[in-house]
Design a protein around this ligand. Structure first.
Ligand SMILES: O=C(O)CCC(=O)C(=O)O
Ligand SMILES: [Fe+2]
Length: 370
């Protein structure tokens, strides 16, 4: 990536503090009991620990998650080999506005360029999504994977790892449902025709880690994200209690889990999708593998009725997940003059919320037409 191009430079207020602060860690959750308990979850302590982590942090780490270490290591190795190739090899599978999956090295978050390169692959290929961002357009399109020729084992490593991630996501969604007081399988149906995808991230060493970010502050827009980070460290989470950026120290063979915007809406903000970002390092490169668990494109995302009441009316109007996803995917590819789509655009204003009777009326009427 060479010298630091001004496109990478963050505004003053968003530049990282590189001095490490001693801070409380995000919760570490042991999934051992649930993996050995068959289908029904009976560990109430585990369920309440997950609920508390989602409420306080929006983030937690899991250990004893049942994902074989060999599968993770195999993919980590293949990712290194892939990114280590010359740029002209990688750009053969470059993504663009028509081909949404593949390699990319100039993603922008909040319209500042990220100091990283990525490879995106969908888990159920082809993935069915809306053909355009236009609300009235009901046509669908297919996302197809673009696999590199080299290394030849990358495809299988991605597919095998994704299979494991998907199982873990379903388990975690069941635990989250229980933690909200909902039936265990409440969320499963939304993921029948899921738009989930996986990503390989490479953050090269950066000559100006105090000016740039590997990945700018953002919230994940899907339901759940599971992340494998290597031993370098760089992920920072914005602590809800005071807005301080907290580094997530690498824990060997753990996965980092965070709730995304969709869970924020489903839970009517009991669980919030929390901002996070990645700082870079002048000496070490870093690799990470996020897995974005996303519902089917036709899902109308709205608060669960069981989690709302007259005193706690729905805070969001229903929105179409697929339209949201394609709008977001298209806008991250380049620098724009405006902020890309965010869920607060679907949130009722405080004055609308204040009138809960009217809110209930609106809500039921929208339900009938969506
Ligand atoms: O690389 C990381 O640690 C975080 C990646 C991430 O937040 C994302 O890709 O959404
Ligand atoms: Fe993220």
């Amino acid at each position: 990536m060479g010298e630091v191009d001004p496109a990478f430079i963050q505004d003053l207020e968003h530049r990282p503090k590189l001095a490490t602060i001693e801070a409380e860690e995000i919760p570490l959750i042991d999934l051992n009991s649930v993996l050995n308990s068959g289908d029904a979850v009976s560990d109430t302590t585990l369920v309440s620990d997950i609920g508390e982590a989602c409420e306080r942090w929006g983030f937690f780490q899991v250990i004893n998650h049942g994902v074989p270490l060999e599968k993770r290591e195999r993919l980590e190795k293949a990712a290194r080999v892939f990114f280590n190739q010359p740029l002209e090899e990688k750009v053969k599978i470059r993504k663009d506005e028509a081909k949404i999956l593949g390699y990319y090295d100039s993603e922008h978050t909040k319209n500042v360029r990220d100091w990283r390169e990525v490879f995106d692959f969908s888990v159920h290929s082809p993935t069915i999504v809306p053909a355009s961002t236009r609300p009235a357009d009901k046509q669908v399109a297919e996302w197809h994977n673009q696999w590199p020729e080299f290394p030849p084992q990358l495809r299988e490593a991605c597919e095998e790892f994704a299979g494991e991630m998907e199982k873990l996501c379903f388990k975690l969604m069941e635990l989250i449902a229980l933690s909200l007081g909902l039936p265990q399988d409440s969320f499963n149906g939304f993921f029948k025709d899921q738009t989930t995808y996986g990503r390989l991230n490479h953050y090269p060493p950066c000559p100006a880690p105090e000016l740039a970010l590997g990945l700018g502050r953002h919230k994940d827009s899907g339901a759940l994200t599971i992340l494998a980070q290597d031993d370098v460290g760089g992920l920072e989470v914005k602590r809800k209690s005071d807005g301080e950026w907290i580094l997530v120290n690498p824990t060997p063979n753990a996965f980092i889990v965070n709730v995304g915007d969709v869970i924020q809406v489903w839970s009517n903000e009991r669980y919030e999708s929390v901002e996070h970002r990645v700082i870079v390092n002048s000496e070490k490169e870093r690799f990470s593998i996020p897995f974005f668990f996303h519902p089917a494109h036709y899902t109308m995302v709205k608060p669960f009725e069981e989690l709302t009441s007259e005193e706690n009316p729905p805070k969001y109007r229903p929105y179409n997940w697929g339209k949201f996803l394609v709008t977001r995917k298209g806008s991250n590819l380049k620098k724009l003059d405006v902020e890309n789509i965010q869920i607060y655009q679907f949130r009722f204003s405080e004055s609308e919320l204040a009138n809960s009777l009217e809110r209930w009326y609106l809500w039921h009427r929208q339900d009938a037409v969506s």
